[in-house]
Design a protein around this ligand. Sequence first.
Ligand SMILES: Cc1cc2nc3c(=O)[nH]c(=O)nc-3n(C[C@H](O)[C@H](O)[C@H](O)COP(=O)(O)OP(=O)(O)OC[C@H]3O[C@@H](n4cnc5c(N)ncnc54)[C@H](O)[C@@H]3O)c2cc1C
Length: 403
Amino acid sequence: MRRILIIGGGAAGFFGAINLAKSCPDYRITILEKSNTVLGKVKISGGGRCNVTHSCFEPKELVKFYPRGGKELLGAFYNFQPLNTIKWFEERGVELKTEEDGRMFPISNSSQTIIDCFTAELEKYEVKVRLKSGVNSLERIGSKWFVDINDERLEADDIIVAAGSSSKIWKLLKSLGHRIVEPVPSLFTFNIADQKIHDLAGLSIANVKVKMKNKKSFTTGPLLFTHWGLSAPAILKLSSTEAPLLNELDYKFGIIIDFIPEVNEEAISERLMDVQRSSTKNIYNHNTFDFPKRFWNYLLSEAEVPEDRIWPELRKAEKSSLISSLKRMEYQVNGKSTFKEEFVTAGGVSLKEVNFKTMESKKASGLYFAGEVINIDGYTGGFNFQAAWTTSYLAASAISKKV
Ligand SMILES: Cc1cc2nc3c(=O)[nH]c(=O)nc-3n(C[C@H](O)[C@H](O)[C@H](O)COP(=O)(O)OP(=O)(O)OC[C@H]3O[C@@H](n4cnc5c(N)ncnc54)[C@H](O)[C@@H]3O)c2cc1C
């Protein structure tokens, strides 16, 4: 009888255990969890609703949501992608629904539904879970693995490492010869010390383009002003894409925002000229871009347009300053804040050292990786759980084919 140890009782650990137990009822599978509870992150995920996956069903499109690991996950998503996730949960009585932005949640709107599903499956297949069983050592002797927990030594044929962002486990993996890409935070909001921004708190713009100063690559999406700076997908995506660089810069850097990416400068200039010809109103009271009034007033004040200016009297310099505020507003970021307590870690086991067909280590046979322990992370929207489901599914499939 094959003995499998799974290190970590989180999303990847549970998903891997259930899939493996289903295909191999005669395997003895044990989940080792260091804390006194399992699925802690699933419980609080998605604001307690658990954003299980994202309704993006084309692997080539899906990989674009992963700043790290996208290329490597392409083949993996052809094996297990969001459609499989939906089916997997449906077969177990959990229906998922899609929100307007593509995020998928259980129809119950409760992460407890996912936890109940996992718990029932684990009981059905009699998978053992050991709490307060933090792994302290990992050793290969001959064809077996040995793991120390508390005062006990456990033996296994195969190990799935699904310990998330655990510095202890990364250290153990390093000692086995793995390269660990330096972990840094991803998915955070930007702090900007500017009262005028804070005064706009709660205001959102449907679609902006944002980039770091002196860099070409940009992200797009909704933008939210907060009482500490800027948030929402356009910012979170940039925090994720540039996570290692922003860490290097100690979160002090300049950004440039285009508040109206779908209209070019020439078209804006023409539009302003049209209003100048047709309106005699005060510029502050006649907003031609359908922006919220508060935001329009903010743009005008940043462009130093006097409050009593009427459209026909808009000066050339004021006009070009307004265009620049619309298309190239600059901000100095000074620090980061956590997004709704949601964060992931960029970094982990080097992608080069994992066989993405099986999730087995290229450095040690019988050692498999799943979830956040690997240098994979995605944008907010269900992509991180999808990576956990896919990688643990692949690891379980590969182990199930062993004799
Ligand atoms: C507040 C919050 C909300 C989130 N919401 C979403 C969301 O809605 N959708 C989404 O896609 N992603 C979300 N994420 C990200 C997502 O939770 C993670 O990507 C995902 O949980 C990773 O799964 P994992 O199993 O690899 O790691 P984890 O869920 O972190 O599980 C790892 C487990 O291993 C255990 N462990 C660590 N070290 C040891 C050891 N030495 N021995 C034994 N056990 C050990 C840990 O205690 C933990 O239980 C959220 C993250 C946070 C923090």
